[in-house]
Ligand binder design. Structure first.
Ligand SMILES: Cc1cc2nc3c(=O)[nH]c(=O)nc-3n(C[C@H](O)[C@H](O)[C@H](O)COP(=O)(O)O)c2cc1C
Length: 313
């Protein structure tokens, strides 16, 4: 059973990809993920200049969900250039450079720096729900704003395919994806964290996170991810690749996101819960399920729910 996926000429040995923000920003931590089975790597969100993030505590987890308000800390593009450059010199798997900014102009400048290093794809984080105090509503919450960022980044990214990271916290994610596609988006990552949400400590009567609110991730968000992926796939008629992300813990979770339309599968919160070798475990489980069910190539699963629905209507 073949698990490899080819996207814009880039071969991923398997569909699993480290989701943004999970394993730091060093070439050695990315290599460690690949040694543990990741088919590709996404960098954490990279800012143009140093960005502090939020004070601790920034994460609270249960077995069903995780809330984080890490707040996108980063040393800035200069440091990132060193680490990304080091990884790309002798890369064991494709690299997706994730960029973030507070203005359209800064999105362009950061993307331009990273694009020069020739990552395999750029991922544009316009959808973080826990930096609203600093930057207002994410660009991903409005079709014109999301389209404007896409247009600007496409002007500076050369031949690097641009994936727009979408927010689930909108009424019509399909319309937002379509608006980005019309400005040249090459693909999408769906989804970023949900919410924001809040957790309160009973004794102190205080929010547990210092930032009060955080983005929700982990098993609880998988059905939202599946619906968002299905909506984006339908809106763009399955023509653009989707990195399906949200609550994937097992091979069956990954296959479900593929049926909705995902070509690659981002894994984030599960790295902490199932261990660094979650990538290998998810691949083994996909392999096992597909072999038992007579699926020859995992790509046969991509968007298959839409075909099945069409054949029955
Ligand atoms: C601790 C933490 C940090 C994150 N940091 C980023 C980030 O820097 N940039 C980004 O685009 N997404 C970030 N995310 C969102 C994840 O990449 C992913 O979209 C989300 O967590 C859903 O996937 P999951 O349920 O597999 O974790 C972060 C998520 C977590 C839990």
């Amino acid at each position: 059973m073949n698990l490899s996926q080819k996207v814009y000429g880039v071969t991923f040995q398997n569909p699993t990809v480290l989701a943004s923000g999970i394993m730091g920003i060093t070439a050695s931590s990315w290599r460690f993920c690949v040694e543990n089975g990741a088919g590709g790597i996404t960098t954490k969100s990279l800012w143009l200049t140093e960005h502090m993030g939020h004070p601790n505590p920034t994460i609270i987890s249960t077995e069903h969900w995780s809330l984080n308000a890490v707040g996108l800390p980063d040393a800035g593009v200069e440091k990132a250039v060193q680490e990304v450059g080091d990884y790309l010199k002798n890369k064991p798997a494709p690299l997706i450079g994730n960029v973030v900014a507070g203005s359209i102009e800064d999105f362009g400048k950061t993307a331009e720096h990273i694009a020069k290093l020739k990552p395999d794809f750029l991922e544009v984080n316009i959808s973080c729900p826990n930096v609203e105090d600093e930057f207002g509503k994410p660009f991903a919450c409005s079709a014109p704003d999301a389209a404007a960022v896409t247009k600007h980044i496409k002007q500076v990214s050369g031949d690097i395919p641009v994936f727009i990271k979408l927010s689930p916290n909108v009424n019509n994610i399909g319309a937002i994806a379509l608006a980005c596609a019309e400005q040249g988006a090459d693909g999408f990552t769906a989804i970023n964290t949900v919410g924001p949400g809040m957790a309160i400590d009973l004794r102190s009567r205080m929010p547990i996170l210092a930032n009060k609110v955080g983005g929700l991730s982990g098993p609880a968000i998988k059905p939202i991810a599946v619906k968002c992926i299905a909506d984006v796939y339908a809106a763009t008629e399955g023509k653009l690749p989707i990195i399906g992300t949200g609550g994937v813990y097992t091979g069956e979770d990954a296959l479900e996101l593929m049926l909705a339309g995902a070509t690659l599968i981002g894994i984030g919160t599960a790295v902490g819960d199932r261990g660094i070798d979650v990538f290998k475990k998810v691949c083994d489980e996909m392999q096992y399920w597909c072999t038992n069910e007579g699926v020859e190539h995992v790509s046969d699963m991509v968007g298959a729910m839409h075909k099945e629905l069409a054949s029955r209507s």
